[in-house]
Design a protein around this ligand. Structure first.
Ligand code: UDP
Length: 371
């Protein structure tokens, strides 16, 4: 007879990894399955020319949650990488996020007061209560920055006009009136010294694993293997799209190995004009201060999502949120299935938020305290 498990973990990303780690400690057995041929979900890295290549886009760990930071550091060593992307607008280079370096380059202003005055003068026309991303952006940083550094990038990224996008997306970016190019406001930041796979291996240690295994295609047989399921795939797919399809954005990555030591002098360069078809170029070695002879770069092309493609980003606008609520109600009625992670909860989660959400499940489900 086939082995029976306490939990079937569908999807080998961070959410299930964290759960698996604590489940093992609590003496529970887990079988983790994934459609892909590797563990780690979107944080998976592939080593090329001695460089950890972030296969599914740049993943920079940042958090203000001490519990989360202590947890990941208990599993592996993090480096001191600080994300400070450069924006390239038709060959003009600006510092990101929006800060005094950006304002100085754009307008020649030197002091925070001068920068604020400049933005205020451009903001005069902005709506009092921003209803969409365009209004929100202009109200935060004014019209010049909106046109050069936000509009093109955002419309490529989301495939829609900024007027049709929710305001919250742009609030992810800090606006600072100091000379500080650190992209994140969080207290802690870094990347695992030896790549994310080390972290992933530790999380799933002790689990049985089946790779290249599609849950939805073998649902009955797999469901019978465990008392409970933790499902981290798209929630609408789980229910056969019965209420309708949720919207996602997808990405296409084009990776190249180049015979040079340094291609762009920075890990992340955003292309903020509309004409360049990709949104950014990642040069992976810079995430780890690499000194290899060669370099590996990845161009990131946003794309529409259709069934069968990777759903990287949920589109959390009102229409999709309302649809998600219907699925969430169905999910709440399930006794033996738990939904989690970016796709299971249809939420634009960062890695640390996924971990915190998994901690909540651990405490509820396993009755253990995450310290
Ligand atoms: N964004 C922008 N210009 C940039 C970088 C980001 O306008 O150069 C906006 C864009 O709307 C994007 C949002 O900020 O969708 C969030 O960007 P972030 O870098 O957080 O996206 P992620 O890393 O999650 O893909």
């Amino acid at each position: 007879m086939e082995k029976h498990y306490d939990y079937l973990l569908v999807g080998a990303g961070l959410y299930n990894g964290v759960f698996a780690y604590f489940a093992k400690k609590a003496g529970k057995s887990c079988l983790v399955i994934d459609k892909r041929a590797h563990l780690g979900g979107n944080i998976y890295c592939e080593e090329i020319e001695g460089i950890q290549v972030h296969k599914y886009g740049a993943h920079i760990f940042h958090t203000s949650d001490k519990r989360v930071w202590n947890f990941v550091n208990s599993l592996c060593e993090f480096n001191r990488y600080t994300n400070s992307p450069i924006a390239n607008y038709h060959g003009e280079i600006y510092n990101m996020p929006f800060n005094m370096n950006t304002f100085n380059k754009l307008w020649g202003v030197v002091t925070p007061a001068e920068a604020k005055a400049k933005i205020d003068s451009q903001r005069a026309l902005a709506a009092a209560e921003p209803k969409n991303l365009e209004e929100q952006a202009i109200s935060l940083v004014g019209d010049d920055i909106y046109r050069k550094l936000i509009k093109g990038y955002t419309e490529k990224q989301w495939g829609r006009d900024c007027k049709d996008l929710p305001a919250f997306i742009i609030k992810r970016l800090p606006v600072r009136f100091i000379y500080d190019n650190n992209y994140f406001n969080d207290k802690y930041q870094g990347i695992p010294e030896d790549g994310y796979n080390v972290l992933v291996e530790k999380l799933f240690e002790g689990c049985d694993v089946r790779l290249s295994c599609d849950f939805l295609a073998n649902r009955e047989e797999l469901t019978a293997l465990a008392d409970k399921i933790i499902y981290t795939g798209p929630i609408d797919a789980y229910y056969g799209y019965s209420e309708g399809e949720l919207s996602y954005r997808s990405l296409r990555f084009e990776t190249e190995t180049l015979d040079c030591k340094d291609y762009q002098g920075n890990a992340v360069v955003n292309y903020t004009d509309r004409e360049t078809p990709y949104t950014r170029i990642i040069e992976h070695k810079h995430f780890a201060f690499g000194t290899q002879e060669k370099t590996v770069i990845t161009r990131e092309y946003p794309s529409d999502w259709k069934q069968g493609m990777e759903p990287y980003y949920p589109v959390n606008d009102e229409k999709n949120q309302a649809l998600y609520q219907k699925y969430a109600e169905k999910a709440a009625g399930e006794k033996n299935v738990i939904f989690g992670g970016r796709l299971g909860e249809y939420k634009y989660y960062d890695m640390d938020k996924v971990i915190a959400s998994a901690f909540n499940l651990v405490e509820k489900e396993l009755h253990t305290t995450v310290s």
